[in-house]
Design a protein around this ligand. Structure first.
Ligand SMILES: [Zn+2]
Length: 226
């Protein structure tokens, strides 16, 4: 057995050198410290791995979260997101609404805010007469149109059916009123990714980031193809 006794100095830093059987003890200490270094290193490694894995997962988690709120969200879910059923009247033309831009995809919402702010800078007020619709809301519009026009065939000339063909359901479209304001958007909107798409809908604009660089595509007769 080791006989570790102190002789003389009380300074802890001197202790090892003053022990009897110092060589054996040092060897043990060396082995022990090698072992404890390994243990410490191992523990640190595990901690590092756990922290970095956690960090990576957290990071991915945030990415996933962001994607969930972005177009990464599956279309089926986007289609279920409703827009406001109603809203305040457009302050400059009470025939229209100025809905909250609820339910729009985040990048679409951002582009809408930028567009609206730019218009306001130039003294033009844009009213959001209609924006996001859920599939059910679009279906209701179609059903109402069937009531109004008397047949599905006639209704489908005016309202898209099936509902998931609508860019309002997909979350990329806004209807801007009054027409004077829509005209401003037709002229200035592409910078912000907004383009008019249909000859028969002067108020309907669709967002595509590519429009801001590539400009607007040619107008097509109507969304319903009729
Ligand atoms: Zn529209």
């Amino acid at each position: 057995m080791l006989r570790a006794t102190f002789a003389g100095t009380q300074l802890p830093t001197d202790c090892y050198g003053l022990l009897t059987d110092a060589v054996a003890l040092r060897r043990i200490i060396r082995i022990m410290s090698k072992t404890s270094r390994r243990v410490v290193f191992g523990v640190l490694l595990i901690i590092t791995l756990v922290v970095s894995t956690g960090g990576a997962l957290g990071y991915l988690g945030r990415l996933t979260l962001v994607f969930d709120r972005h177009p990464g969200k599956s279309l089926a879910i986007v289609e279920e997101v409703p827009g406001p059923e109603d809203g305040p009247k457009c302050p400059i033309d009470a025939r229209y609404l100025d809905e909250a831009p609820d339910g729009l995809r985040p990048e679409v919402l951002q582009a809408w805010k930028s567009l609206r702010a730019k218009a306001a800078d130039q003294g033009v007020q844009l009213c959001l007469n209609d924006g996001k619709r859920s599939r059910q809301q679009q279906q209701k519009e179609f059903d109402d149109a069937v009531q109004k026009f008397g047949s599905e065939e006639l209704a489908s000339k005016y309202v898209l059916n099936p509902p998931d063909r609508s860019m309002h359901v997909i979350g990329l479209a806004v209807d801007i009123q009054p027409i004077e304001s829509a005209k401003w958007v037709e002229k200035n909107g592409s910078t912000f990714g907004w383009c008019r798409r249909y000859l028969n809908e002067q108020w309907h604009f669709e967002y595509n980031a590519g429009y801001s660089t590539g400009g607007c595509p040619a107008l097509v007769p109507s969304a319903t193809g009729s």
